[in-house]
Design a protein around this ligand. Structure first.
Ligand SMILES: CC(C)(COP(=O)(O)OP(=O)(O)OC[C@H]1O[C@@H](n2cnc3c(N)ncnc32)[C@H](O)[C@@H]1OP(=O)(O)O)[C@@H](O)C(=O)NCCC(=O)NCCS
Length: 191
């Protein structure tokens, strides 16, 4: 059962909402020093500057804080012919699409790899396809280029935007929210 208001979602077992008090993260550890530093020291400043909005994710049964995600508006720009073929719509050609970016995401180290990050991704998909104020076609992320993180996003149906960033520290990945709304696979425009 899904209970919904604009910035708060409760599913069976999980609650997701905007962070009110960032001190809850003072001991948060997702096993990544940069992300720990961001959520403990920088996330509130980024909210105050209107750059990212940060959400907390808790287990309902014991109110345990299990994850956070920081989100920002984004724009997916198509540059290569492959991108233009794969990313299309049924209306007309656009070279840029509205998107929401996962700027930071961390699951508490003690409960990683048991499905919590995937639950959180599903809620983000729900959040940006329900009761929207503006159009939003894609979720984007600069994914850490390591095997667990890439596999995590692929398992959640994210795809690589580029073929040539395999040696970079991060890889740009995207998820087409039309897949979530219409429960479809990506449409490839061969024309
Ligand atoms: C990456 C992260 C967000 C994934 O969240 P999670 O709750 O651990 O992931 P889930 O349990 O929902 O998904 C598990 C899938 O992700 C991958 N995965 C996640 N952690 C993994 C690990 N330690 N080893 C191997 N695969 C892993 C696997 O594909 C796994 O699927 P499988 O169990 O079928 O093999 C989380 O591990 C994390 O916070 N890591 C540290 C910070 C980070 O890398 N953030 C991402 C920045 S872009």
């Amino acid at each position: 059962m899904l209970s919904w208001n604009r910035n708060k979602i409760e599913t069976d077992g999980w609650s997701f909402g905007k962070v009110k008090d960032f001190s809850i993260f003072s001991n948060f550890d997702c096993a990544d020093p940069d992300l720990n530093d961001f959520i403990r020291n920088d996330a509130e400043l980024h909210r105050n500057e209107l750059i990212v909005e940060t959400y907390e994710f808790r287990s309902i049964s014991d109110a345990q804080l299990v994850a956070f995600v920081s989100l920002a508006n984004d724009c997916l720009a198509l540059e290569t012919n492959r991108q233009k073929r794969v990313i299309c719509n049924r209306v007309r050609y656009y070279s840029q699409y509205p998107a929401v970016k996962i700027a930071r995401l961390g699951v508490a180290a003690y409960c990683q790899n048991v499905g919590i990050g995937s639950e959180l991704i599903n809620i983000i998909k729900e959040l940006f396809t329900t009761n929207n104020r503006t159009g939003c076609r894609f979720i984007t992320v600069d994914a850490y280029n390591n095997s667990p993180t890439i596999k995590f996003y692929q398992k959640n149906d994210f795809e690589f935007l580029r073929d040539d960033d395999g040696d970079e520290k991060t890889r740009i990945m995207y998820y087409d929210l039309k897949r979530f709304v219409y429960n479809t696979s990506p449409v490839i425009n061969e024309g």
